[in-house]
Design a protein around this ligand. Structure first.
Ligand code: GLN
Length: 261
């Protein structure tokens, strides 16, 4: 089980996910506190940021432990944006340890990370091809393939089907709903084929975060200037809230919704 984390809000450097918090991803790579599968996340790491709001993200990933990259702290200090995603990896037995198997996966403006495990036979049918034989790469390919094929329904806000109770979030953009729907579709399709699958996905298009909790831990923390979503809390701050298993989370900079899957 790997660990992943994302930020959406006021611009911040990637050190805000990795180095600065007492239990940031650097610490989580060797001493995770909530990890249920695997003990050390030393099989690679990755991070991505959006250099400008309308631009595709820049992704940096390696297949070495995050603590072994001496150039990373300097890069993470200057790699800043209003949307960040980073991950550390503990490869599932039988999966290749290589850069192309390491999250975040990316296509166009989208980024995706996976915590968990799924039988490759269960995901190979969900996409035409993937950049690695790793199960996570196939999941990413399945998500990107569906996003590519889904036209955005204009700018009109659409209702978020599962948000109960309370008013519908009129400020959730249509692109967020599409991202959430595609994650939900891929997770339920993969789980139907492999009931033991663990499918915590974390994805973004730079304007919204979408995440599933399916078999492992997921937390969020709202702040005045944005929202954090992570496999486990980056600190002991009491503001961290667990996301129930088998849920879909959608978050904008000032807005967060969770619905059952
Ligand atoms: N199964 C994925 C891999 O091998 C993710 C592993 C994990 O979450 N530990 O990379």
């Amino acid at each position: 089980m790997c660990r992943h984390a994302a930020w959406l809000g006021a611009p911040r450097p990637l050190t805000a996910l990795i180095h600065e918090p007492p239990h940031g991803l650097l610490r989580q790579s060797y001493a995770p506190r909530r990890q249920r599968h695997g003990t050390v996340n030393a099989d690679g790491f990755g991070m991505a940021w959006y250099p400008a709001p309308a631009q595709d993200p820049v992704r940096y990933r390696r297949s070495i432990p995050i603590w072994a990259d001496a150039n990373l702290p300097g890069l993470a200090r200057v790699a800043a944006s209003g949307c960040l995603l980073a991950a550390v990896r503990c490869a599932t037995t039988g999966m290749p340890v290589e850069e192309s198997a390491t999250a975040p996966f990316t296509e166009g403006r989208w980024l995706l990370s996976h915590n968990g495990r799924v039988a490759r036979d269960a995901v190979r049918g969900l996409a035409d091809s993937a950049e690695s034989a790793c199960d996570s790469a196939w999941l990413a390919a399945a998500v990107f393939q569906r996003l590519r094929a889904t036209p955005l329904p204009g700018d009109a806000p659409a209702p978020f089907a599962g948000d109960v109770p309370g008013p519908l979030p009129g400020d959730v953009p249509a692109s967020s709903l599409v991202l959430g729907d595609v994650l939900a579709e891929v997770v339920t399709a993969a789980a139907a084929k492999d009931p033991d699958a663990r499918l915590n996905l974390l994805a973004t298009d730079g304007t919204t975060l979408a995440a599933t909790a399916w078999g492992d831990t997921l937390f969020h923390r709202r702040r005045p200037d944005g929202v954090l979503v992570a496999s486990e809390p980056l600190s002991d701050d009491p503001g961290w809230r667990p996301v129930p298993d088998r849920s879909l989370l959608l978050a904008g900079p000032g807005d967060l919704h969770v619905r059952p899957l």
